[in-house]
Design a protein around this ligand. Structure first.
Ligand code: F6P
Length: 573
């Protein structure tokens, strides 16, 4: 059913302008601190004493079944975490975000990625404009263009059908599209191949272009700002590559007109800066816009996903968006005790701030999700790796965790050793599809079942471990008993999903978007700016002339940088 939000922009009442609640001053924080001091985790005992524990601490959100029972969670802790969320005004800030208030204070922007998946017909008025209408207008153009490319009615400058899409973008303009492309390969509609160039390392450009036919290649330049050094350099290189390659086979002449025609037929753009897109030579009708109220790392479900829409088609993309929306609605309406993103986030705070957990592992038992942890790194760490709060004052607690991970079972043979027997607390999310995209068997064994037995085994081993007596009972020599003990009591959250479908992937992405938001609210952080990436960008531009031998610029650098550049200059071929 269509819902209606109207934003009354009265600056004096904006929650966004208020000083964040210092979480350490809340009653819940004091109770959690006191509880943590003498907290004794004993999963074996907890499960023995409460046979219903698994059921009592499991929740559902859209298609996700989430088992929290192997976490440092008791009824008392749950009550305190929910109370903390209330005391820091999570619900009010969540509502402010959904309503389009300017909660990205340092950039003076609304934060409305949730509007990207609102159903057609909804109304969300921001500054007198219904942004849901704008979203659907752009979506229709994206669907239409994608269909033209897939059907072959969009052709290159020599009249040939497009066979390869190359997306040029970085950060949010790359990590999301590539992750989705990899995750949803079973849903691809045809053989058009999508490639992704992000790095300014020329190796990336070479590897993605050297074996494709320019006549059948379409570039998508994806950049919110259309100023990012890496993307713009790569886009210019791609333009030169296209024109030179087409000329080399006499597909076009060197006339200005033919060059412009080639660019027009082989380049489209996704950006908020449509004037800059035109300056680059891409026609306005071949540019797909989005809005400053969508952060780069929250933009995969905007036109930034154009390559994916070409691969997957309108119906799959609509399912993908519906998945996001289902999770948004769960987050917006479920009571906090049942609210999966809120609970996952509050548990992260519990581990981060009270058990000194420095990192958080995300371990998908799905090869299709192999880029999901990398995607989450930008989402979570660019959002919550901050040291000041949204009013500019210093944070009062530790903030964002290091997110990392690899798909199971590969991780089991690489770093799980440390999660099982190391000295650090490493909370981990295990994610698995119940049904595989391809049901294969080996010698009569269902391989997906075998795969998932690893998922169940690992979370069980992490929780319940293996005692010295159990090791001895296997006849192990006494001198290696301690090395073979598994302490257990390692916290994990298990997420079971029906399959990795467009809908479920949308739900998973929205889940982590909201987890990130909730953690940011607890710490008082603006999770939607990214000033920490600026200094390196500015310095790279300043240093560039020194690489070309400008001694004056070289002399302006610090001692170490000068030394390194000199070593580089002396040793390059
Ligand atoms: O590195 C910072 C950043 O601004 C990211 O937040 C963003 O996703 C990425 O650069 C790319 O930006 P753009 O889409 O404007 O090229």
């Amino acid at each position: 059913m269509a819902t209606l939000f109207r934003v009354a922009r009265s600056p004096t009442t904006l929650l966004a302008m208020q000083t964040p609640v210092d979480p350490t001053t809340t009653s819940a924080w004091s109770d959690l601190s006191r509880t943590a001091e003498s907290f004794y985790v004993d999963f074996r005992k907890w499960f023995e004493e409460d046979p219903e524990r698994a059921k009592r601490f499991s929740r559902e959100a859209a298609d996700l079944y989430v088992d929290f029972s192997k976490n440092y969670l008791t009824d008392e802790v749950l009550e305190m975490l929910v109370r903390l969320a209330k005391e820091v005004q999570l619900e009010e800030r969540r509502d402010a975000m959904f309503a389009g208030e300017i909660i990205n204070t340092s950039e003076q922007r609304s934060v409305l990625h949730t509007a990207l998946r609102r159903p057609k017909g909804d109304e969300l008025m921001v500054d007198g404009v219904n942004v849901v209408d704008q979203v659907h207008e752009t979506l229709e153009r994206v669907y239409d263009f994608a269909e033209q490319v897939r059907s072959g009615s969009w052709v290159g400058v020599t009249g040939r059908q497009i066979k390869t899409i190359i997306n040029i973008g970085i950060g949010g303009s790359d990590l999301g599209p590539v992750m989705v492309y990899e995750a949803l390969k079973p849903y691809k509609l045809n053989d058009i191949e999508c490639r992704f160039i992000s790095n300014i390392d020329p190796a990336d450009m070479y590897e993605k272009t050297h074996d494709v036919d320019p006549e059948t290649t379409l570039f998508i330049v994806a950049s919110k700002t259309f100023t990012t050094l890496e993307t713009m350099t790569n886009a210019r290189m791609a333009k030169n590559w296209l024109i030179n390659s087409l000329r080399a086979v006499n597909a076009i002449s060197d006339s200005e007109k033919q060059r412009a025609e080639a660019v027009a037929k082989h380049f489209v753009a996704v950006s908020t800066a449509l004037d800059k897109v035109e300056e680059f030579g891409i026609k306005r009708e071949n540019a797909f816009g989005f809005w400053d109220w969508v952060g780069g790392r929250y933009s995969v479900d905007s036109a930034v996903g154009l390559a994916d829409v070409i691969a997957l088609g309108k119906e799959n993309w609509q399912e993908f968006l519906a998945g996001f929306h289902a999770m948004d609605e769960h987050f917006r309406t479920a009571p906090l005790e049942q609210n999966v993103p809120a609970l996952m986030a509050m548990l992260n705070v519990w581990y981060n701030n009270f058990f000194d957990a420095q990192t958080h592992a995300v371990l998908p038992y799905s090869q299709y999700l192999h880029r999901f942890p990398a995607y989450l790194q930008q989402l979570t760490m660019e959002s919550n790796g901050k040291r000041v709060r949204w009013d500019g004052s210093p944070v009062t607690t530790q903030t964002g965790e290091v997110f990392w991970g690899e798909p199971g079972t590969n991780g089991q043979h690489a770093f799980y050793q440390m999660i099982h027997q190391g000295t650090k607390v490493i909370p981990a999310d295990f994610i698995a599809p119940i049904n595989p995209a391809h049901a294969l068997s080996e010698s009569g064994t269902d391989v997906h079942g075998l795969f998932l037995s690893n998922f169940f085994a690992q979370t069980s081993a992490l929780a319940f471990g293996k005692t010295a007596d159990e090791v001895r009972a296997e006849g192990t020599a006494e001198e290696i008993v301690s090395a073979r003990v598994f302490p257990g009591n390692k916290p994990t959250t298990s997420i079971l999903v029906p399959e990795i479908s467009p809908r479920v992937l949308g739900e998973l992405i929205a889940l982590y978007e909201h987890i990130t938001f909730v953690e940011g609210v607890v710490w008082g952080i603006n999770s939607f700016d990214q000033w920490g990436v600026e200094l390196g960008k500015v310095l790279a531009k300043q240093i560039a002339p020194a690489i070309d031998g400008d001694r004056e610029v070289l002399a302006q650098q610090d001692g170490s940088t000068q030394n390194l550049i000199e070593h580089y200059l002396d040793n390059r071929n």
